[in-house]
Design a protein around this ligand. Sequence first.
Ligand SMILES: [Zn+2]
Length: 276
Amino acid sequence: MTRRGARLAQEDSSGETAIAHLRLEDLVGGRGNRGPTRRDEGHPRRIALSGHDVDYRLVRARRQSIGMQIDLSGLTVRAPRWVTIREIEEALSERADWVVSTLAEWRGRRRDVLPREWKSGARILYAGRELALAMYPARKKTITADLFHLTVVHPSPQDERQIATFVGRWLKDQALRLLEPQVVAFASRVTTTPPPLKLSNARGEWGSCTHRGHIRLNWRLVQLPPELATYIVAHEIAHLIEMNHSPRFWALVETLFPGHAAARRALDEWTALLEA
Ligand SMILES: [Zn+2]
């Protein structure tokens, strides 16, 4: 299982009443509007700044100086190839106060994962990015995501309840399109038959694997940075073989998802999503 703390884990049984049954044949077409994948974006590193352990991704880029960016997925440092790690760490230390306070600010925002008011400009989390809702009236309903906006076209854009339902269904649909092919791909590496998959609404956990080999994945995974969602899938698939958290289990996870330790750490920052 991939759970958050024990307190919420106790609420699992009540959360699981809202499980949607998913069928593989429902999945036609591509993976839809996914956010940009960041899997190839840099190497995870850690540095102590002002007494805090700060995780960041280091991206070697064609540029002249060291750049730092903080968003919902954390701190990203871009630097030319010729700059040493020591120089990068010096640059981070010089801006330690800014880094630590900005990260804290973003962490605070993470609770706003679904809009309180379904109006244009409201914030919604999708694929690890905070997008602004943009509503337009039209007869045909559509939703598209780009880097900044979740554009909702709907006959009644003022009707918040209808919009909430429409977007909620779309998120679950996107979750399925994102996760199901990954379940099939990872499963094919450890077993001959793909496991039954259900989308879950469980409050306490991102995913689970039952003793009968049924995989449940939280639809909110679609709101995470895509590589973290992929880690959860790899984790649950590994439970098909090892129903425990033994060293053998973690070794299998590492085989399926190299560098899983960094994903596990990063995931801690996103647990607020499970309360949404
Ligand atoms: Zn587990």
